[in-house]
Design a binder for this molecule. Structure first.
Ligand SMILES: Nc1ncnc2c1ncn2[C@@H]1O[C@H](COP(=O)(O)OP(=O)(O)OP(=O)(O)O)[C@@H](O)[C@H]1O
Length: 307
Protein backbone atom coordinates (compact mmCIF):
# COMPACT_ATOMS: atom_id res chain seq x y z
CA UNK A 1 0.00 0.00 0.00
CA UNK A 2 1.50 3.34 -1.00
CA UNK A 3 -0.38 5.52 1.47
CA UNK A 4 -1.91 4.21 4.65
CA UNK A 5 -3.50 5.91 7.62
CA UNK A 6 -5.10 4.14 10.53
CA UNK A 7 -7.22 5.87 13.18
CA UNK A 8 -5.42 9.17 12.67
CA UNK A 9 -6.24 11.96 15.08
CA UNK A 10 -5.00 15.53 15.26
CA UNK A 11 -6.25 18.37 17.39
CA UNK A 12 -5.12 21.98 17.47
CA UNK A 13 -5.82 23.13 21.00
CA UNK A 14 -9.52 22.43 21.47
CA UNK A 15 -10.18 22.05 17.73
CA UNK A 16 -10.36 18.46 16.57
CA UNK A 17 -9.17 18.48 12.95
CA UNK A 18 -8.97 14.69 12.48
CA UNK A 19 -11.09 12.40 14.59
CA UNK A 20 -10.00 8.86 13.78
CA UNK A 21 -9.49 8.75 10.01
CA UNK A 22 -8.31 5.63 8.19
CA UNK A 23 -7.53 5.22 4.51
CA UNK A 24 -5.38 3.19 2.17
CA UNK A 25 -4.32 4.17 -1.34
CA UNK A 26 -2.72 1.71 -3.76
CA UNK A 27 0.00 2.37 -6.28
CA UNK A 28 -1.40 3.88 -9.47
CA UNK A 29 -4.60 5.00 -7.79
CA UNK A 30 -5.96 8.55 -7.91
CA UNK A 31 -7.69 9.20 -4.61
CA UNK A 32 -9.75 12.31 -4.00
CA UNK A 33 -10.44 13.91 -0.64
CA UNK A 34 -13.55 16.06 -0.59
CA UNK A 35 -15.39 17.77 2.22
CA UNK A 36 -16.48 21.17 3.48
CA UNK A 37 -14.09 23.90 4.61
CA UNK A 38 -12.49 22.86 7.86
CA UNK A 39 -13.31 19.15 7.39
CA UNK A 40 -9.67 18.17 7.90
CA UNK A 41 -8.46 17.56 4.34
CA UNK A 42 -5.31 19.68 4.56
CA UNK A 43 -4.53 18.32 8.01
CA UNK A 44 -4.78 14.79 6.62
CA UNK A 45 -2.47 15.68 3.72
CA UNK A 46 -0.05 17.17 6.23
CA UNK A 47 -0.23 14.02 8.38
CA UNK A 48 0.39 11.82 5.33
CA UNK A 49 3.37 13.89 4.20
CA UNK A 50 5.01 14.21 7.59
CA UNK A 51 4.45 17.93 7.98
CA UNK A 52 2.34 17.48 11.09
CA UNK A 53 2.56 14.73 13.67
CA UNK A 54 -0.77 13.06 14.31
CA UNK A 55 -1.79 10.31 16.69
CA UNK A 56 -2.43 6.95 15.07
CA UNK A 57 -0.51 5.17 12.35
CA UNK A 58 0.57 6.75 9.08
CA UNK A 59 2.70 5.20 6.36
CA UNK A 60 4.03 6.59 3.13
CA UNK A 61 5.78 4.11 0.84
CA UNK A 62 6.09 1.74 3.78
CA UNK A 63 7.72 4.25 6.12
CA UNK A 64 6.96 6.97 8.56
CA UNK A 65 6.19 9.93 6.24
CA UNK A 66 8.91 12.00 7.87
CA UNK A 67 11.44 9.37 6.71
CA UNK A 68 10.09 8.93 3.17
CA UNK A 69 12.56 9.52 0.35
CA UNK A 70 11.86 13.11 -0.86
CA UNK A 71 12.91 12.09 -4.37
CA UNK A 72 9.84 9.88 -4.54
CA UNK A 73 7.28 12.30 -3.16
CA UNK A 74 5.71 15.42 -4.66
CA UNK A 75 3.67 17.85 -2.59
CA UNK A 76 1.68 20.86 -3.65
CA UNK A 77 0.46 22.49 -0.44
CA UNK A 78 -2.75 24.47 -0.45
CA UNK A 79 -0.93 27.60 0.67
CA UNK A 80 2.21 27.82 -1.39
CA UNK A 81 3.97 31.11 -2.00
CA UNK A 82 7.14 30.65 -4.00
CA UNK A 83 9.65 33.49 -4.40
CA UNK A 84 8.00 36.13 -6.58
CA UNK A 85 11.12 37.51 -8.25
CA UNK A 86 11.83 34.35 -10.18
CA UNK A 87 10.56 33.59 -13.64
CA UNK A 88 8.48 30.45 -14.10
CA UNK A 89 11.53 28.71 -15.57
CA UNK A 90 13.82 29.85 -12.72
CA UNK A 91 11.25 28.69 -10.22
CA UNK A 92 11.01 25.19 -11.65
CA UNK A 93 14.81 25.10 -12.01
CA UNK A 94 15.13 26.11 -8.36
CA UNK A 95 12.83 23.37 -7.13
CA UNK A 96 14.46 20.85 -9.47
CA UNK A 97 17.80 21.73 -7.90
CA UNK A 98 16.56 20.49 -4.54
CA UNK A 99 16.48 16.90 -5.82
CA UNK A 100 19.16 14.45 -6.88
CA UNK A 101 17.36 14.00 -10.17
CA UNK A 102 14.94 16.36 -11.81
CA UNK A 103 12.95 16.42 -15.02
CA UNK A 104 13.76 18.87 -17.79
CA UNK A 105 12.38 22.24 -16.72
CA UNK A 106 10.92 23.20 -20.09
CA UNK A 107 9.18 19.84 -20.40
CA UNK A 108 7.57 20.34 -16.99
CA UNK A 109 6.50 23.87 -17.92
CA UNK A 110 5.01 22.56 -21.15
CA UNK A 111 3.11 19.90 -19.19
CA UNK A 112 1.38 22.53 -17.10
CA UNK A 113 0.73 24.81 -20.09
CA UNK A 114 3.29 27.45 -19.19
CA UNK A 115 5.74 27.06 -22.08
CA UNK A 116 4.83 30.52 -23.37
CA UNK A 117 5.17 32.13 -19.95
CA UNK A 118 8.49 30.51 -19.01
CA UNK A 119 10.27 33.88 -18.86
CA UNK A 120 7.54 35.73 -17.00
CA UNK A 121 8.21 36.60 -13.38
CA UNK A 122 6.05 34.62 -10.98
CA UNK A 123 4.57 37.85 -9.59
CA UNK A 124 3.39 38.82 -13.08
CA UNK A 125 1.64 35.53 -13.84
CA UNK A 126 -2.15 35.44 -13.59
CA UNK A 127 -3.67 33.65 -10.60
CA UNK A 128 -4.31 30.51 -12.60
CA UNK A 129 -0.85 30.61 -14.16
CA UNK A 130 0.67 30.92 -10.70
CA UNK A 131 -1.17 27.80 -9.60
CA UNK A 132 0.07 25.99 -12.72
CA UNK A 133 3.62 27.02 -11.84
CA UNK A 134 3.09 25.67 -8.34
CA UNK A 135 1.83 22.37 -9.79
CA UNK A 136 5.02 22.29 -11.88
CA UNK A 137 7.21 22.50 -8.77
CA UNK A 138 5.45 19.41 -7.39
CA UNK A 139 6.11 17.44 -10.57
CA UNK A 140 9.73 18.35 -11.15
CA UNK A 141 11.16 15.30 -9.33
CA UNK A 142 8.89 12.92 -11.27
CA UNK A 143 7.43 11.62 -8.00
CA UNK A 144 6.01 8.17 -7.36
CA UNK A 145 3.51 9.64 -4.95
CA UNK A 146 1.95 13.02 -5.51
CA UNK A 147 -0.09 15.02 -3.02
CA UNK A 148 -2.03 17.88 -4.56
CA UNK A 149 -3.97 20.08 -2.12
CA UNK A 150 -6.54 21.93 -4.21
CA UNK A 151 -4.35 22.00 -7.33
CA UNK A 152 -6.85 23.60 -9.68
CA UNK A 153 -8.29 26.36 -7.52
CA UNK A 154 -8.26 29.51 -9.63
CA UNK A 155 -7.34 27.70 -12.82
CA UNK A 156 -9.62 28.22 -15.83
CA UNK A 157 -11.67 25.29 -17.21
CA UNK A 158 -9.19 24.44 -19.95
CA UNK A 159 -6.27 24.60 -17.53
CA UNK A 160 -8.17 22.38 -15.12
CA UNK A 161 -8.59 19.81 -17.84
CA UNK A 162 -4.89 20.08 -18.62
CA UNK A 163 -4.07 19.29 -14.99
CA UNK A 164 -6.49 16.34 -15.04
CA UNK A 165 -4.78 15.02 -18.16
CA UNK A 166 -1.44 15.40 -16.46
CA UNK A 167 -2.56 13.56 -13.34
CA UNK A 168 -4.10 10.80 -15.44
CA UNK A 169 -0.92 10.27 -17.40
CA UNK A 170 1.13 10.18 -14.20
CA UNK A 171 -1.25 7.61 -12.71
CA UNK A 172 -1.17 5.58 -15.94
CA UNK A 173 2.60 5.51 -15.57
CA UNK A 174 2.18 4.08 -12.06
CA UNK A 175 2.21 7.15 -9.83
CA UNK A 176 -0.12 7.34 -6.86
CA UNK A 177 -2.00 10.61 -6.50
CA UNK A 178 -3.92 12.01 -3.57
CA UNK A 179 -5.79 15.15 -4.45
CA UNK A 180 -8.08 17.41 -2.42
CA UNK A 181 -10.70 19.40 -4.22
CA UNK A 182 -13.87 21.42 -3.83
CA UNK A 183 -14.81 20.73 -7.45
CA UNK A 184 -17.09 17.73 -7.56
CA UNK A 185 -16.72 17.45 -11.32
CA UNK A 186 -12.98 17.17 -10.78
CA UNK A 187 -13.39 14.43 -8.18
CA UNK A 188 -15.86 12.58 -10.38
CA UNK A 189 -13.78 12.76 -13.56
CA UNK A 190 -10.34 12.31 -12.09
CA UNK A 191 -10.52 10.03 -9.08
CA UNK A 192 -10.70 6.26 -8.92
CA UNK A 193 -11.93 6.58 -5.36
CA UNK A 194 -13.17 9.46 -3.28
CA UNK A 195 -13.24 9.93 0.48
CA UNK A 196 -15.67 12.43 1.95
CA UNK A 197 -14.43 14.03 5.15
CA UNK A 198 -16.71 15.99 7.44
CA UNK A 199 -15.83 17.20 10.92
CA UNK A 200 -12.60 15.22 10.88
CA UNK A 201 -14.26 11.91 10.05
CA UNK A 202 -14.49 9.83 6.92
CA UNK A 203 -18.20 9.92 6.18
CA UNK A 204 -18.16 7.87 2.97
CA UNK A 205 -15.60 6.34 0.66
CA UNK A 206 -15.82 4.62 -2.70
CA UNK A 207 -15.65 5.10 -6.43
CA UNK A 208 -17.65 8.14 -7.60
CA UNK A 209 -20.04 5.80 -9.40
CA UNK A 210 -20.64 3.66 -6.30
CA UNK A 211 -21.11 6.70 -4.08
CA UNK A 212 -23.64 8.17 -6.50
CA UNK A 213 -25.59 4.94 -6.73
CA UNK A 214 -25.51 4.45 -2.96
CA UNK A 215 -26.25 7.99 -1.79
CA UNK A 216 -27.27 10.05 -4.80
CA UNK A 217 -30.96 9.20 -4.77
CA UNK A 218 -33.30 8.84 -7.73
CA UNK A 219 -33.20 10.61 -11.07
CA UNK A 220 -34.86 13.99 -11.02
CA UNK A 221 -36.20 16.79 -13.16
CA UNK A 222 -35.27 20.41 -12.69
CA UNK A 223 -38.10 22.72 -13.72
CA UNK A 224 -37.24 26.17 -14.97
CA UNK A 225 -40.26 28.41 -14.81
CA UNK A 226 -40.80 32.14 -14.39
CA UNK A 227 -43.54 31.47 -11.84
CA UNK A 228 -41.88 28.89 -9.60
CA UNK A 229 -44.66 28.96 -7.00
CA UNK A 230 -47.30 28.13 -9.62
CA UNK A 231 -45.17 25.34 -11.05
CA UNK A 232 -44.59 23.91 -7.60
CA UNK A 233 -48.31 24.02 -6.78
CA UNK A 234 -49.24 22.34 -10.07
CA UNK A 235 -46.77 19.53 -9.57
CA UNK A 236 -47.63 19.11 -5.92
CA UNK A 237 -51.29 18.65 -6.68
CA UNK A 238 -50.35 16.08 -9.34
CA UNK A 239 -48.60 14.12 -6.58
CA UNK A 240 -44.96 14.89 -7.36
CA UNK A 241 -42.40 15.25 -4.57
CA UNK A 242 -39.43 17.62 -4.55
CA UNK A 243 -35.78 17.47 -3.73
CA UNK A 244 -35.22 20.02 -0.95
CA UNK A 245 -33.54 22.94 -2.66
CA UNK A 246 -34.27 26.58 -1.97
CA UNK A 247 -32.81 27.88 -5.19
CA UNK A 248 -34.29 25.54 -7.75
CA UNK A 249 -37.44 23.55 -8.31
CA UNK A 250 -36.34 19.94 -8.56
CA UNK A 251 -38.86 17.12 -8.87
CA UNK A 252 -37.63 13.98 -7.18
CA UNK A 253 -37.76 10.39 -8.39
CA UNK A 254 -38.69 10.85 -12.03
CA UNK A 255 -37.92 7.89 -14.28
CA UNK A 256 -37.18 8.81 -17.93
CA UNK A 257 -40.62 7.60 -19.02
CA UNK A 258 -42.26 9.86 -16.41
CA UNK A 259 -40.82 13.15 -17.65
CA UNK A 260 -43.91 13.54 -19.86
CA UNK A 261 -46.04 13.39 -16.70
CA UNK A 262 -44.22 16.42 -15.31
CA UNK A 263 -44.79 18.31 -18.56
CA UNK A 264 -48.46 17.29 -18.62
CA UNK A 265 -49.06 18.41 -15.02
CA UNK A 266 -47.62 21.84 -15.83
CA UNK A 267 -49.56 22.12 -19.08
CA UNK A 268 -52.84 21.03 -17.44
CA UNK A 269 -52.43 23.82 -14.86
CA UNK A 270 -51.52 26.35 -17.56
CA UNK A 271 -48.07 26.95 -16.11
CA UNK A 272 -45.44 28.02 -18.62
CA UNK A 273 -41.90 26.78 -18.25
CA UNK A 274 -38.56 27.51 -19.95
CA UNK A 275 -37.03 24.11 -19.45
CA UNK A 276 -37.30 20.65 -17.99
CA UNK A 277 -33.94 19.10 -17.28
CA UNK A 278 -33.93 15.38 -16.50
CA UNK A 279 -30.76 14.07 -14.97
CA UNK A 280 -29.20 11.40 -12.85
CA UNK A 281 -27.78 12.56 -9.53
CA UNK A 282 -24.06 13.22 -9.48
CA UNK A 283 -21.31 13.48 -6.90
CA UNK A 284 -22.34 17.01 -5.99
CA UNK A 285 -25.67 15.68 -4.70
CA UNK A 286 -23.86 13.01 -2.71
CA UNK A 287 -21.60 15.67 -1.25
CA UNK A 288 -24.47 17.93 -0.31
CA UNK A 289 -26.51 15.15 1.25
CA UNK A 290 -23.70 13.57 3.21
CA UNK A 291 -22.00 16.69 4.42
CA UNK A 292 -25.37 17.93 5.67
CA UNK A 293 -25.15 21.07 3.58
CA UNK A 294 -28.11 20.51 1.29
CA UNK A 295 -30.37 23.47 1.76
CA UNK A 296 -33.25 22.43 3.98
CA UNK A 297 -32.03 18.91 4.73
CA UNK A 298 -31.05 17.52 8.07
CA UNK A 299 -28.01 15.64 6.89
CA UNK A 300 -29.25 12.06 7.11
CA UNK A 301 -29.09 10.88 3.50
CA UNK A 302 -31.74 8.24 4.05
CA UNK A 303 -34.26 10.85 5.06
CA UNK A 304 -33.68 13.28 2.26
CA UNK A 305 -35.84 11.73 -0.42
CA UNK A 306 -38.78 11.07 1.84
CA UNK A 307 -39.18 14.70 2.83
N1 LIG B 1 -2.30 25.22 12.30
C1 LIG B 1 -3.53 25.20 12.81
N2 LIG B 1 -3.80 25.76 14.01
C2 LIG B 1 -5.03 25.72 14.53
N3 LIG B 1 -6.10 25.16 13.93
C3 LIG B 1 -5.92 24.60 12.73
C4 LIG B 1 -4.63 24.59 12.10
N4 LIG B 1 -4.74 23.95 10.90
C5 LIG B 1 -6.03 23.60 10.79
N5 LIG B 1 -6.72 23.98 11.89
C6 LIG B 1 -8.16 23.71 12.13
O1 LIG B 1 -8.40 22.33 11.89
C7 LIG B 1 -9.61 22.13 11.20
C8 LIG B 1 -9.35 21.41 9.89
O2 LIG B 1 -8.65 22.29 9.02
P1 LIG B 1 -8.13 21.84 7.59
O3 LIG B 1 -7.33 22.97 7.05
O4 LIG B 1 -7.46 20.52 7.71
O5 LIG B 1 -9.50 21.68 6.80
P2 LIG B 1 -9.74 21.56 5.24
O6 LIG B 1 -10.72 20.45 5.06
O7 LIG B 1 -8.46 21.44 4.51
O8 LIG B 1 -10.42 22.95 4.92
P3 LIG B 1 -10.44 23.82 3.54
O9 LIG B 1 -11.38 23.12 2.61
O10 LIG B 1 -11.01 25.12 4.01
O11 LIG B 1 -9.05 23.91 3.04
C9 LIG B 1 -10.24 23.50 11.04
O12 LIG B 1 -11.13 23.71 12.11
C10 LIG B 1 -9.05 24.45 11.14
O13 LIG B 1 -9.46 25.69 11.65
Amino acid sequence: MTIRASDVRRAYGGTVALDGVSLAVEAGEVYGLIGPNGAGKTTLVRALTGTTEPEGEVELLGRDPADADPQLVGLLPQEFSPPERLTARELVDYYGGLYDEARDTDAVLADVGLADAADTYYENLSGGQKRRACVATALVNDPEVLFLDEPTTGIDPQGRRDVWGLVESLADAGATVLVTTHYMEEAERLCDRVGLLADGRMVAEGSPRDLVSEYGGAPRVEVRAADVAAARAALESAGFAFVPDERRLVVDDVAPEDVGGVADALADAGVEYDGLLWRQPDLEEVYLQLSGQAVGTGGDPREVNSE
